[in-house]
Design a protein around this ligand. Sequence first.
Ligand code: APR
Ligand code: ZN
Ligand code: ZN
Length: 370
Amino acid sequence: MQQVQAVVAKAKGAPVELVTINVPDPGPGEAVVKVQACGVCHTDLHYREGGINDDFPFLLGHEASGIVEAVGPDVTSVAPGDFVILNWRAVCGECRACGRGEPQYCFNTHNATQKMTLSGGDMDGTELSPALGIGAFAEKTLVAAGQCTKVDADARPAAVGLLGCGVMAGIGAAINTGGITRGRSIAVIGCGGVGVAAVAGAALAGASPIIAVDIDAKKLEQAKAIGATHTVDSSKVDPVEEIKRICAETYPGAEGADVVVEAVGRPETWKQAFYARDLAGTVVLVGVPTPDMKLPEIPLIDVFGRGGSLKSSWYGDCLPSRDFPMLVDLYRQGRLDLDAFVTEEIGIGDVEAAFDRMHGGDVLRSVVVL
Ligand code: APR
Ligand code: ZN
Ligand code: ZN
């Protein structure tokens, strides 16, 4: 057991605190990772606001990279000294998806068995709930060994750590779930960190046109810098008509985009995605709705008559062991600009301030660097 500094949300809505926590030595199937970088994601804020569940106190942070410090006795997949990206899909090998050879759909991720706890103060010894089973706003964290994916050690930790969550979700929504390729058109509605990553994924796959849609002009600029061929300000024009018009310019007769990624997580924008899609096209929902939201009212005949598929993308349908090393290689070759997602590097004490800046619209990702 060792003591380290970490960012904890002790109670619903209260500002996060930098405190001392106890990190157990790794047991069977576990690894202790010395965290080098961890991005600040909306999901961390949702945890702090009690929007995920009530299992306070939470150890926040989950888009991280670092160096394996120690592994449990039976661990062979990673070794001390390995540079790894942490994932929240440590495939189980036993569920139905794994059994039929589709581990990218495993929902049964493994986490560490032992608990990290608060050290000192009136909550001494209280078990922590690590965000997405990771908890990486910490100098060190305890995870399941399967949550560590070894990648090229020369990569910049702050940039590649982002593949651990939002950036992978976006890239995967376009490539894995949407199946976007060269010769296909795509529109992405909502160009925050996730949507812009979908744009980057589409560019990587050679899609054209790549149409970025947002209500915020600054977001559209970012999307353009990262590979969008067209931008649509949906606070000013009807995005459905505009997407159809742009796609028909490239592919005469097209009635929309082959793939429309919805990266906002709202019924209105999902409805736009539904109608902005070409016949037999695909909608990919990667934005996360709140529990009260309902499917928008759409005549069932439109669902039938337009064909195609309506999908959702959970963690970009990624398989970390397959996708992380490949994307890190593309980053190292200069073909995937992960640096563009790092708006600022901050200290471990600056997470609360980074939450405040999320609402301003200027930040794709603040990344805690240790
Ligand atoms: N039409 C188009 N764009 C919109 C609309 C709208 N009606 N409403 C909001 N947006 C844009 C915002 O301007 C912003 O650029 O959607 C984007 C959302 O981005 P972020 O808030 O930065 O969220 P992000 O991290 O990209 O995550 C997107 O996925 O992980 C989930 O909870 C997350 O639901 C969220 C989604
Ligand atoms: Zn499984
Ligand atoms: Zn996240």
